[in-house]
Design a protein around this ligand. Sequence first.
Ligand code: AMP
Length: 176
Amino acid sequence: MSRISVAQLQAAIRDVPDFPKPGIIFKDITPILSDPKLFTAVIDVLAEEATKSRPDKIVGIDARGFLFGAAVAYKLKCGFIPVRKRGKLPYKTFSFAYELEYGTAEMEMHVDAISPSERVVLVDDLLATGGTSGAAVHLVQQTGGTVEAALFFIELSFLNGRARLGGVPVHTLVRF
Ligand code: AMP
């Protein structure tokens, strides 16, 4: 990583206890976004990893995945596809519901976002239980596209989210 170490990135990620609810330690990435050297380094590493999959499209996950995914798509000159929470996309959608600790959640993608046989790389800020990115993998597969890799800035490895990504290769920069 161009003169930026993983330890520097780890130190810049801010832990916010009990957000958005008691018991959760929220990993706040805004100090990374606001620092041009750190943000550039993260995007460069994600883009370098994404290039290896020769993607046609980058899929970014609502909402912080848009920040990283769109920058990677720009660098690679790829299309960018948003996967959003239910009810946010204006056109016809595929949707996929998944289990949360309490209740369910649903993610959506436009039905015409990806053509069959297109190569896709998923990008999000953080891999926790893998429910959200697992839903994104299902949505891409519904279109006939192939998820070649899933890239995350942060991985909470004790939650073993990789197991919910159906064998898609996972790459992460910073692990806790
Ligand atoms: P999961 O579906 O459990 O893998 O959760 C991943 C999604 O929730 C990502 O889009 C993250 O932005 C967000 N997320 C989950 N846990 C955290 C956390 N501790 N800190 C910040 N974001 C989180």
